[in-house]
Design a protein around this ligand. Sequence first.
Ligand SMILES: Nc1nc2c(c(=O)[nH]1)N[C@H]1C(S)=C(S)[C@@H](COP(=O)(O)O)O[C@H]1N2
Ligand SMILES: [Mo]
Length: 313
Amino acid sequence: MRLPAEPASSEITDPQLYLRRREFLSRTALAGAVALAPALACAEEAEPGRPLEGVKPGPYGTDEKRTPFEDAASYNNFYEFGTDKSDPARHAHRLQTSPWDVEIAGEVAKPGKVGIEDLLRPHPLEERVYRLRCVEAWSMVIPWIGIPLGNVLKRFEPTSNAKYVAFQTLYDPDQMPGQRRAVLDWPYVEGLRIDEAMHPLTILAVGMYGQVMPNQNGAPLRLVVPWKYGFKSIKSIVRIELTRTQPPTSWNVSAPREYGFYSNVNPAVDHPRWSQKRERRIGEFRRRETLPFNGYAEQVASLYQGMDLRANF
Ligand SMILES: Nc1nc2c(c(=O)[nH]1)N[C@H]1C(S)=C(S)[C@@H](COP(=O)(O)O)O[C@H]1N2
Ligand SMILES: [Mo]
């Protein structure tokens, strides 16, 4: 993501060169960044980099080559910790991820605030190897660990008025120093239409590569919506509200001409300032063609039948 005034980092710095140029963050820095362990009885067991046990392979996984963990955990967008790709890995260790409550509000019969352990407990953890395609035209293949969002929402009993789902990231400038600068309207917010939120591809992720989620990747709880540009996959979620009307989203508020509500990956609709036809898979040299809906058209294209995807970008 970038603001209208900023140059495209993908245009000025090839992510691979960038990654090679900088030394990978020390294991200790990464270790300090990992705090939450889902389904843990006590916080003491939440060891850094702790492996997640009992994870079953889930549906929809791609068998494409996985992006190395070191790349996925060091080349990040998480503006709460700075706008440089290396900032989140350097600063996100400040985030206290346990205890962590999530509020479920709005158009549900059973609203409430629940600890993340209670949110997760009834759901078996699944691994989903998904492509994530950033609007900046790079992509990764990441083995996420999570649970389908729809299954979680159903437990709170959405009413028939629930047409959209609004998500909110933690607001705490002490822990998230990037929030002291007005680069975005904080807190970071995102939204999905209810059918997108209930779609089985959409997950709440708590880990990746067999481990508890690194803070820089959105610990303890983030969304992964693989057919949409990466910015829809909001990190470090504290609030989920089911709404009657389409909720505001941070990037749309910041630059409405450039980032729409839907933001489905679409090679046929260029960003006003660059092409979306191709992407650079992190770790590869040659650019590849970007696929409609990021390659998940078979699963999700029907959600948008009859919609003008150029107008609803
Ligand atoms: N709260 C919050 N969530 C966020 C962002 C952010 O700046 N703040 N960046 C988004 C963008 S632009 C992308 S591409 C993905 C990157 O996820 P990753 O670092 O795990 O690859 O996170 C998304 N979620
Ligand atoms: Mo992004």
